[in-house]
Design a binder for this molecule. Structure first.
Ligand SMILES: [Zn+2]
Length: 261
């Protein structure tokens, strides 16, 4: 019976059924059936698979920019003492993909930036907006939370106790996490934590209003290339208004970071 269940589960993932937005994904808001080590394992595995089939940039101004910004953001997350930040294996890679406006951070801290994101980001602060947002999805464990809710909704908790299948499951789910569309609550949470992380890193959080404005307007001539990002980060009309409201809370963090020696 368990073998049949597992087979069904894998089949469901393969068919994308686990992505079904109607699968009671708003129930069990804080449920997470995974350990942090499992987040890291599946993130690493998906990352390796992705890098094995992608062209990457090893050096140059794009790599320098991405490394400089993500290093400051990770240091800021550590400084804000987010419980998970010290446990993650942070790493970033620039993908040689000038036609793709996308970036992500997998569970466990493995990040990638498609080189097409950089012209839309325009500056370090612009890149910090999107990377702090991505880092926040990982720190908030949205990936495994979502996977857990949908598994629970499907009544399949039992399979999570079966160790031998773990590696395979990690691979399947890890790849799935790259395509998983976030919900409105997850987007708002990642926006807010992201603003705190970037402000504390000394990046002006007001840039978030300008960055998301550029993205909403089609990425400054990048229209048609934003589909991949927006398919996983549904943009709400309220996003920019919510960010404006949050600025009052995060601007003091930015001012304190700027005043620090
Ligand atoms: Zn998002």
């Amino acid at each position: 019976m368990r073998t049949r269940l597992r087979g069904w589960f894998r089949g469901a993932l393969g068919a994308g059924l686990a992505l079904c937005g109607a699968c009671a994904s708003t129930d069990y808001p804080d449920l997470n059936l995974y350990s942090v080590d499992q987040d890291k394992a599946m993130g690493s595995r998906a990352y390796e698979e992705l890098l094995a089939q992608s062209a990457t940039l090893a050096s140059g101004p794009e790599v320098e920019t991405v490394e400089r910004v993500t290093e400051r953001l990770v240091a800021s997350a550590l400084e804000l003492d987010h419980a998970l930040a010290p446990r993650f294996d942070w790493q970033v890679t620039v993908l040689d993909a000038p036609d793709v406006v996308n970036a992500f951070c997998l569970p466990g801290g493995k990040m990638a930036v498609h080189s097409g994101m950089l012209p839309v980001a325009e500056s370090d602060a612009g890149l910090a907006v999107v990377m702090a947002h991505e880092i926040s999805h990982a720190l908030l464990r949205h990936g495994t939370q979502r996977a857990s809710r949908e598994t629970a909704a499907a009544g399949l908790i039992a399979i999570f106790t079966d160790e031998p299948e773990e590696a395979q499951r990690a691979g399947v789910l890890g790849s799935l996490l790259l395509m998983m569309p976030w919900g409105r609550t997850e987007e708002s949470e990642a926006d807010l934590l992201g603003l705190r992380i970037m402000a504390n890193a000394g990046y002006d959080p007001r840039e978030a209003v300008r960055f998301w404005g550029r993205m909403a307007a089609g990425g400054g001539g990048a229209a048609g290339r934003l589909g991949e990002f927006f398919s996983t980060h549904p943009s709400e009309r309220t996003r920019i208004a919510d960010i404006r409201r949050a600025l009052e809370e995060v601007l003091p963090l930015y001012e304190a970071a700027r005043a620090a020696p």
